[in-house]
Every structure is written in C-alpha cells, then in structure tokens.
Ligand binder design. Structure first.
Ligand SMILES: Cc1cc2nc3c(=O)[nH]c(=O)nc-3n(C[C@H](O)[C@H](O)[C@H](O)COP(=O)(O)OP(=O)(O)OC[C@H]3O[C@@H](n4cnc5c(N)ncnc54)[C@H](O)[C@@H]3O)c2cc1C
Length: 473
C-alpha cells in the first residue's frame, strides 16, 4: 500500500480524524468497483464535510503531486470510480456532503450537495410536490455528483432527457483548489459559454462537483403501466411510433428486453414473477404518466394497445391495476444488473443508435456475436432513446475456460461497437467511458476531437492529476 506520511497528516488536519481512512481494511469498498472487475490501491479515502474542505484537500494533494480521484456512490459500470494498481491516489469521496440546501418550488429548482443519494433527491422533490426525473437501478446508492459527472441516463430520458438536461448550475472545485460558484437557477442565460457543460460528463477529470442546482418538473400524479410482448423488434419500433403519435409527452418510458434477460431476472433475483403467462421472445415495459386523472390515462393506454393488437404489433399484454403491480413490473426492470451479475459474465455494451436503426443493430450484432464467440445474447435497453445494452453473455464455466479474457472482452465489444458506428451510433451512451472504453475513444474519435479534449484537459488540469487514465485518451 502507498504511504505518504506528511500528506496524510495534512489531510487529517483538514478533515479531522473521522474524515480520513487509510488502513487496508478501511479502504475495502472504495478501491474495488461494483461488479468486482477492477481493483486498485489508494493512499487514503478522504470524506470532506464541506466545499472549503474539498478545496483544501485538493490543494494539499496537488501540491504533493498525488492524483485525486473524485468518488460518489462507486456504482460506475466503466471502472471510472476506482484507482489503478499502484496509483496511490487520494480518493475524495463526497458521501458526507449530502445536504439538500434549498427547494424553490415556484422556480421548479433545488440546490443540493454533490453527495446526496439520488433516491433522497427524488424523495425531497416529491415532498415539495415536484419531480426529479433521473431514475436508474443504482438510485439507492449512486450520488448526484456521480450522476452529473457521468451524465447518467436511465429510464426517463425519452421524456425528460439525460442528467445534463436536468442540471441548471454547478459548484466545482477546480484542480488548483479554486471554487467556482456557478449555482444558477435560470432557464435562460446567454452570457457566453455555458461552462457547467464542461463538467457534466467529464467523469471527474476536470474538477470536483461539490453542489448542483437541479431542474425539477411537475409531479406526475397519474401512471399507467403495461408489460407487453411485441411481435418482433421491428414491431416494437412501430409501437413506439404509435404511442408517440397517440400519447405525445405522456409516454415516459419504453423499455425493451429479450427473453434471456427476463429469464435471468426470474431465476436469480428473489421474489420475481413472470408478468405474462406464456414465454415470448421480446418484452416491453411501457409507462404513461401525467398530472391527469388516472382512469383517463389507463384508457389512453388500453386504446393504444387495442390498435396495436389490431395491427398485429403485440401478441400479449398485461396492465398494472395498482401501484403495487406497477412497482412489481418496474422491479423486474431495475433488477437486471443484479440478475446478470449472479447469472454469469455479461460483457455489457452501452451502445446507442438512432431509434430507427435499433432493429438492424440488434439483428446484425446478434448474428455477428453468435457466429464468432461461445456466448448467448442478453438484450435490455432504453428503446425509446436508442440506448441498447447489448450483452454477449457467458456462463461462468465457459468464461473461465477462455484464455486472455481481457483481449477477448475487447474483441467482443469491438464487434458491437463497429456495427453501432456503421449505423451512426456510439459505444458509450450513459455509463461513461472510465477506463473500460478508453481504447475505444482513441479508436472512434477523430484526431480533431481528441486534440480538443486534450486541450480542455490541459487548460484545467495541467499536471494531469485528476482521475488520470480515465476518459481522456
Ligand atoms: C444496478 C446499476 C444500474 C445502473 N443503471 C444505470 C442506468 O440505467 N443509467 C446510467 O446512466 N447509469 C447506470 N448505472 C451506472 C452508475 O450508477 C451511474 O454511472 C451513476 O451515475 C454513477 O454515480 P456514482 O455516485 O455511483 O458515481 P461513481 O461510480 O462514484 O463515479 C462515477 C464517475 O464520476 C466521477 N465522480 C463521482 N462523483 C463526482 C463528483 N462529485 N465530482 C466529479 N466527479 C465525480 C468519478 O470520478 C467517476 O469517474 C448503473 C449502475 C448500477 C450498479
């Protein structure tokens, strides 16, 4: 383990005895990622209580030439939130900065510290009869700072956009320790470059987000949810168009999974039941929401489904008739990562293609993977926004039998990434680039784009100490 006594003493003086962890035992849980695929080591974890302490920690670490790794809930799926082996970084974890500072209901905005857990923010918005629409499987443990740093997506993007679209302002500690207070709450502000966007999606490479002002939406009070079996992926695409045409902005989620994905959840996550009696190749979770009357919304869903059955787009469907049933359907969707982790080794692609290209992407990628590798294919995705998690899936025994698994992983992923790229898509839609996809940045980004990224990085972090080896090729 790395040692640096004088720096540890300085950091201890800044954050207090309880704000620093440095024994190997205490560092467990901070130096390994959620899926247990990456493990590194750190000098220490510091847990500052306020922005002033973050700034002082940054100044001390940078003066000592020690890398700084901002960390939130450590739920990253791209290895972005844990250090490399031998790196000896200072992990700056925001968990103790979890105050909701202010809710301005009339302005539909909220000011929060970066360590607030996403689910707590959602609950605080509801308490003010407002809605914060970012929602994802890790919402009980990921933090808003991490959501902003990765520009997280999730299930609400179709209607409300990514995290970027739901942030009004930021407070950031820059790599020289300076604090930028950009906590604006405006919908319109054309005073030059909108600097907050540089930090949204920067994965901790340009500074540490310490607080944010968030955009809230009206609270939907009525929901109608259906689990249905589309006749094919092409039919699912047509059905998406039908819902958009008939229900407009009420359509708030349109999530796709294949049979293999549902089977994994049913087999590996306790308490889950198949929503439909018969097995089907494809499944959709569709939600309408509004401040309308719930019965009227249910009617809109039923009428649209009736048209879909008439046109042969859907072969089976159930409608949730209570909030408990609705939650049970969503629980299946939110359990996919847990199920996949238990069932085998999934090499999750975070691809997005134009929505119109989803069927072709799935067909081509499935054929290519099955022809070249001893893998099954699990598919789960936010079909409404084109973000398909295409997952070549190995059972544990097959995976263990493979030699050079890192190289195999990249070969498998490249097949899917190439197909996405050929359809105008991307290899990284919402999970971040982290360390997993750094090579893909080099491969798919143009020289001009890489040069611009490096120039921005140099301007903010000339010593290259902020989350080194992640995101920026
Ligand atoms: C079960 C499960 C389901 C998931 N589903 C989704 C999904 O649907 N959509 C989606 O987008 N993601 C999803 N994720 C991935 C992950 O939850 C998100 O990327 C999340 O936004 C990360 O938040 P975090 O607080 O855990 O950040 P961490 O994992 O701690 O960090 C992620 C990155 O952000 C940086 N960072 C963290 N905090 C700060 C800060 N305050 N300032 C600057 N940089 C910071 C870190 O350095 C790192 O690069 C899922 C993960 C799990 C485990």
């Amino acid at each position: 383990m790395a040692t640096n006594g004088p720096l540890l003493d300085t950091l201890r003086a800044i954050v207090g005895e309880h704000g620093i962890l440095s024994s190997a035992h205490d560092l467990e849980g901070f130096v390994e990622d959620w899926r247990g695929r990456y493990r590194g080591d750190a000098l220490c974890v510091v847990l500052p209580r306020n922005t002033g302490e973050v700034s002082a920690v940054v100044r001390a670490a940078v003066a000592a030439g020690v890398p700084v790794l901002p960390q939130g809930g450590n739920t990253s799926l791209s290895g972005g939130s844990v250090p490399f082996e031998g790196e000896g970084a200072v992990i700056l974890n925001l968990s103790r900065m979890r105050r909701i500072r202010h809710v301005d209901a009339a302005n539909h905005s909220m000011e929060v510290e970066a360590g607030c857990v996403l689910a707590d923010i959602q609950a605080a918005a509801v308490a003010a009869h407002r809605f914060f629409p970012i929602s994802l499987g890790a919402e009980g443990s990921c933090q808003i700072g991490g959501n902003i740093a990765t520009n997280a997506g999730g299930t609400g993007v179709l209607r409300y956009g990514n995290t970027r679209e739901n942030v009004l302002g930021l407070e950031v500690v820059l790599p020289d320790g300076t604090v930028w207070n950009g906590l604006r709450t405006l919908r319109k502000d054309n005073t030059g470059l909108d600097l907050k966007h540089l930090f949204i999606g920067a994965e901790g490479t340009l500074g540490i987000i310490t607080a944010a002002t968030l955009k809230l939406s009206p609270l939907p009070t009525a929901h109608a949810v259906s689990w249905l079996a589309p006749a094919s992926v092409e039919a699912a695409l047509e059905l998406l168009g039908l819902f958009q045409e008939r229900c407009g902005a009420q359509l708030s989620a349109f999530e796709l999974m294949n049979r293999k994905q549902l089977d994994i959840v049913l087999a590996h996550v306790p308490g889950q039941h198949s929503p439909l009696a018969e097995p089907h190749a494809w499944h959709l979770l569709v939600e309408l929401s509004d401040s309308d009357d719930e019965a009227r919304l249910g009617e809109a869903l039923e009428n649209t489904l009736a048209v879909a059955f008439d046109r042969g787009l859907v072969t089976d469907a159930v409608l949730a008739s209570s909030s408990a049933q609705r939650e049970a359907l969503w629980k299946i969707r939110h359990s996919v990562s847990e199920g996949n982790k238990k069932a085998g080794v999934g090499l999750t692609l975070d691809t997005a293609v134009p929505v119109s290209q989803v069927p072709e992407f799935i067909a081509r990628a499935t054929a290519a993977i099955k022809a070249a590798f001893p893998a099954d294919v699990v598919i789960v995705g936010h079909m409404g926004d084109g973000n398909i998690h295409f997952i070549p899936f190995f059972d544990f025994a097959t995976w263990e039998a493979q030699t050079n698994r890192d190289a195999l992983t990249m070969r498998v992923k490249r097949v899917g990434h190439d197909i996405a790229a050929s359809l105008g898509g991307t290899f990284s839609a919402e999970h971040g680039v982290g360390r997993t996809l750094l090579g893909e940045m080099q491969h798919y980004k143009s020289d001009v784009e890489i040069a611009m990224l490096r120039a921005v990085k140099r301007a903010f972090d000339p010593q290259g100490l902020f989350n080194p080896g992640k995101l920026i090729p």
